[in-house]
Write a protein that binds this ligand. Structure first.
Ligand code: 4AD
Ligand code: MG
Length: 438
């Protein structure tokens, strides 16, 4: 069996008849005194392979000794077999054992924590393999979306001297004789770069020392962000809606098989690919919560998880919520002027996109404050030293223009699309307050 003669399990099943050579790992194995049934796994799929004692006694004797996750090469005749897990069966004529594995620690019914401790092995599971393939589509779709609209990809440093989203979740890092922080967002550098490139985007690791143990927070996650010169809030909201819809469409086009493996009900995802997403204000959201859900939220408080969940029971697509109270928002989100008559306090030109089915916030963004006095005032109010932001404040002095942007949480989107219980499964090796290995 030389290297050229191997094809993937997926291609072997596409071929469907004749002799094929495949290689991979023993996913499942079952013996009787006449047969060994090996379910072989490679990156593409699984397939049932049968070794017959009567036909090839020597291969049978080798095969009965195989353990789970052993690496092997096989060849033989492939044919349709409705009783096999993926509809095909390979009648083994040649077998080469590359490595007979030690007893595999993961068999079945292990706790979440055990699987996370053995993440380096658990990523071989069909579940994780399917999630990674969907994640691959999501990431590719984000690049395609922005590039097709002529946005330039632009990189910011990961070591940063400033906070973007407030000091409480910063990771401090020793930096020679000084200290810096790991990036909480690409945004502040993007605001500098729009003066050079116009419309830009990026996808990068992002770090927040989130002390809360929730199913939607990671300490290290990937954020896909955009920033555009001359853009106002309404257009940024529309771009974000278009992006989310584009991603969902791509997954439905490319990953039906993976969604099925994950037992994701596709009919609950389809509205996000087909329908328009509504926009409501924060103040309207509070009214809906009170009138339709009997939940009273005091105006001026940010929406909590439970409130987002209750609100989203009223919708079957993602929803953009705009105009959150200015006081609870980051320093760079400007006031809406004049103040709307219907709101008790000032609101900001900002938005979140909430996913349906209780998956919560997937996008956060805003127009950016252009008034240097306002920026300084809110930096101070949030306990920052405006002088540390001198370079950022410069941007308001040399040809300042209106601009807007947003960030989309890649794992939040993957979690929602895959229907995952916890965000930890949306990233290969999750990092949280309680987990930093493997
Ligand atoms: O709403 P956030 O904090 O917005 C920003 O960071 C802006 N500076 C982005 C911008 O305007 N360029 O974060 C954006 C998104 C959230 O909507 C959420 O999807 C995701 O990033 N996110 C997280 N995902 C996983 N774990 C965490 N700890 C996250 N924090 C935010
Ligand atoms: Mg947010």
């Amino acid at each position: 069996m030389d290297n050229e003669s191997f094809i993937t399990v997926e291609d072997a099943m596409k071929k469907g008849t004749g002799k094929v050579g495949i290689r991979g790992w023993v996913y499942r194995i079952r013996n009787s005194n006449k047969f060994v049934f090996i379910v072989l796994r490679d990156g593409t799929d699984i397939i049932q392979c049968v070794v017959k004692q009567e036909k090839s006694p020597k291969i049978y004797d080798e095969a009965v000794k195989l353990s789970m996750e052993s690496s092997i090469k096989l060849s033989g005749e492939i044919k349709k077999e409705n009783r096999a897990p993926t509809g095909y069966e390979l009648d083994v004529e040649e077998l080469e054992i590359v490595q007979n594995a030690e007893p595999f620690p993961i068999t079945k019914d292990f706790s979440e924590e055990f699987l996370l401790d053995n993440r380096h092995l658990w990523i071989r599971s069909r579940k994780m393999n399917a999630i990674f393939k969907i994640r691959h589509t999501v990431i590719g779709a984000i690049h395609d979306f922005f590039r097709s609209r002529s946005y330039y990809e632009f990189e910011a440093p990961i070591f940063q001297p400033n906070a973007c989203e407030g000091g409480s979740t910063l990771f401090e890092v020793k930096y020679f004789k000084d200290k810096v922080y790991l990036s909480q967002s690409w945004q502040l550098y993007a605001e500098a770069a729009v003066f050079s490139l116009g419309n830009i985007y990026n996808m990068s690791p992002t770090f927040r020392s989130e002390k809360s143990k929730t199913s939607r927070h990671l300490a290290e996650f990937w954020m896909a962000e955009m920033e555009a010169a001359w853009m106002h809030l309404e257009d940024a909201v529309q771009v974000a809606k278009d992006e989310v819809k584009f991603i969902v469409k791509k997954v439905l086009e490319n990953n039906k098989k993976e969604l099925e493996i994950l037992k994701r009900d596709i009919s609950t995802l389809e509205p996000a690919a087909d329908k328009d997403y509504p926009t409501i204000t924060y103040t309207e959201a509070l009214r809906l919560l009170k009138e339709k859900k009997g939940l009273k939220v005091e105006w001026g408080k940010d929406l909590r998880t439970i409130e987002e969940e209750k609100l989203m029971e009223l919708f079957d697509t993602p929803v953009a919520v705009i105009d959150y109270p200015k006081e609870v928002m980051a320093f760079y989100k400007p006031k809406r002027l004049p103040k709307p008559k219907t709101t008790p306090g000032d609101v900001a030109l900002c938005f979140d996109i909430l996913a349906p089915e209780g998956y919560g916030e997937i996008v956060g963004g805003s127009e950016r404050e252009t008034d240097i006095k306002e920026l300084k005032k809110y930096l101070k109010q949030q306990g920052e030293t405006p002088e540390h932001y001198d370079w950022y404040l410069d941007l308001r002095k040399y040809g300042s223009v209106p601009h807007s942007g947003y960030g989309l949480g890649v794992e939040r989107v993957v979690r929602w699309i895959c229907g995952l219980e916890n965000i930890k499964d949306a990233i290969p090796f999750p990092r949280t307050m309680l987990r930093k290995s493997p």
